[in-house]
Design a protein around this ligand. Structure first.
Ligand code: PSU
Ligand code: MN
Length: 305
C-alpha cells in the first residue's frame, strides 16, 4: 500500500475480499454544490452505492493524507468549508500533501488516488472538458489528460454546456479515451439527456461496459474511460432555461476576469443561482443515477475476475 494513502476500514476490507467498490470525488462537495445540500448529497450518494450492492469510497486529502473512504464528519467539513478547501487536481496533490493541508479532489486527482487504492470504477456528476473559447484561452481541464493516462472508468452525466462538448469529445478521441453512452444515442449534456452530438459507442448493460473495461485493461491499454449516463428525462432541465443561464454565466465570468481553476466553480455557482436552484435538484438526481450505474458496473467487473 502506498505510504501516503489511508483506506477506511470498510474500504480496506472490501478491497481485500474483492468486493465491488465505487470511488466518489470531493470537489463536487466543496466547489460543486452549496452547503448543506452538498454534504447531504454526498452522504445520500454513498447510501445509494450501498443500496446498489457496492461499497462507496469518497476520496479527498485530509491533513496531507490521501484518503479513500471518508467518515460523515469529514464529508460534513468539506461541505461546510466549501471554497475555503483547496480544489485539488493532479498538479496540486504534491503541495497539499507536503504541507499537510486538506484538499477536495477533482475528477483528475480522484482518479489518481482511486488507482493507487485499487479502485477501478468512479461515479460523479460531470467531468471537466474543453472550455468554450479554448482556442484562445487554452482552458482544457486536467480531467481529460487524466482520463488518457489513469486506469479508472468515470461514470458521469456527460459534460455541461459551460464547456464546448464537441471539442471535448474530439480531445478524448485524440487521447484514445473510450466514451460510452449508456442506453442513449447522443452524448448527454449533464442537465439534458441530449447534446445533439451522436454517441459513437452505445452500450445497454453494465455487463457489456464491464467486459469492455476488462478487455481494455487486460490488453495493457492504459488510461480510463468515460461512461456517460444520461440524466433521467423526468429530471431534465428545459433546454432554453439552462442555456440562457449558461450563456449569462459565461458573460459574467469573462467580465469578472475569472481564470484558471476558478472558472468551473464560478460557472457552476452562477448557473445554480440563475436557475433559482432548479438545476441543483437535477444535479443531485443525476449524481444518484450515476452512483447506481457505477455500482452495477463495479459488481459486473468483479464477476469477470
Ligand atoms: N462539473 C460539474 N460539477 C463539478 C465539476 C465539474 O458539473 O463539481 C468539478 C469536478 O471536480 C471536475 C472539476 O473534475 O470541476 C473540473 O474543474 P476544471 O474545469 O477546473 O478542470
Ligand atoms: Mn481550467
Amino acid at each position: 500500500m502506498n505510504a501516503y494513502l489511508d483506506l477506511s476500514d470498510e474500504v480496506a476490507e472490501a478491497l481485500a475480499r474483492g468486493a465491488p467498490v465505487v470511488a466518489l470525488e470531493s470537489t463536487i462537495i466543496s466547489h460543486g454544490m452549496p452547503y448543506p445540500r452538498n454534504a447531504e448529497t454526498a452522504i445520500a450518494v454513498e447510501a445509494e452505492v450501498r443500496a446498489a450492492g457496492a461499497i462507496p469510497a469518497t476520496i479527498a486529502i485530509i491533513g496531507g493524507r490521501l484518503k479513500a473512504g471518508l467518515n460523515a464528519d469529514q464529508i460534513g467539513l468539506l461541505g461546510e468549508r466549501g471554497h475555503d478547501v483547496a480544489k485539488v487536481s493532479r498538479r496540486d496533490i504534491a503541495r497539499i500533501v507536503a504541507s499537510g493541508a486538506d484538499g477536495a479532489t477533482t475528477v483528475s486527482a480522484t482518479m489518481i488516488i482511486a488507482e493507487l487504492a485499487g479502485i477501478r470504477i468512479f461515479a460523479t456528476g460531470g467531468i471537466g472538458g474543453v472550455h468554450r473559447g479554448a482556442e484562445s484561452s487554452m482552458d482544457v481541464s486536467a480531467d481529460l489528460d487524466e482520463l488518457a493516462r489513469t486506469g479508472v472508468a468515470v461514470v458521469c452525466a456527460g459534460a455541461k454546456s459551460i464547456l464546448d462538448i464537441a471539442k471535448t469529445l474530439e480531445y478524448l478521441e485524440t487521447k484514445g479515451v473510450p466514451v460510452v453512452v449508456y442506453r442513449g444515442d447522443e452524448f448527454p449534456a449533464f442537465y439534458t439527456s441530449r447534446s445533439g452530438l451522436r454517441a459513437e459507442l452505445r452500450m445497454d448493460s453494465a455487463a457489456a461496459i464491464a467486459a469492455m473495461l476488462k478487455a481494455k485493461w487486460d490488453l495493457g491499454l492504459s488510461g480510463g474511460a468515460v461512461i456517460a449516463n444520461p440524466i433521467p428525462v423526468e429530471y431534465e432541465m428545459p433546454v432554453d432555461v439552462i442555456n440562457a443561464a449558461i450563456d449569462q454565466a459565461l458573460v459574467e465570468a469573462t467580465a469578472a476576469g475569472v481564470r484558471g481553476k476558478d472558472v468551473t466553480p464560478f460557472l457552476l455557482a452562477r448557473v445554480k443561482d440563475l436557475t433559482g436552484g432548479d438545476s441543483l435538484e437535477s444535479n443531485i438526481a443525476l449524481v444518484m443515477n450515476n452512483a447506481r450505474l457505477a455500482a452495477q458496473i463495479a459488481i459486473e467487473y468483479g464477476r469477470l475476475g
